[in-house]
Design a protein around this ligand. Structure first.
Ligand SMILES: [Zn+2]
Length: 120
């Protein structure tokens, strides 16, 4: 697609790095569920096929809870969650990007949608 952009994300220490292809990301989700409220992640979702982990598969620690449908990943060295792995209800693998970790995105310049994940 013509308006696809490539975004570059990473954890703080740089062990984990990725490229994500998406239409321009102009909004992100702020969720009040038990993990998002603690981490402060701002999430945008893309199909896993548009995501390439360029470094750090071995550096990721996988944290799961509740129904174990989402892989909450964080860097073993610096602890930063730069993305998570999950899937849509139809089974399509999805990536939740933490836009706070993406070079090209200013979190203060995009629209934040507050999601009541606590009630899901
Ligand atoms: Zn790190």
């Amino acid at each position: 697609m013509a308006d696809q952009q490539t975004y570059h994300g990473s954890c703080h220490c740089g062990a984990v790095a990725y490229e994500a292809r998406s239409a321009p990301i102009t909004q992100a989700m702020s969720c009040n569920c038990s993990i998002c409220r603690r981490k402060g992640t701002l999430l945008a979702f893309i199909p896993a096929s548009d995501f390439t982990l360029t470094a750090g598969e071995d550096a990721l620690i996988d944290y799961q809870f509740n129904k174990h449908v989402i892989h909450h990943l964080f860097c073993a060295t610096c602890g930063v969650t730069s993305f998570a792995r999950g899937s849509k209800p139809d089974g399509t693998p999805m990536i939740a990007l933490n836009v706070r970790c993406i070079d090209e995105i200013d979190p203060d310049a995009i629209t934040i949608n507050r999601i009541d994940g606590k009630s899901f």
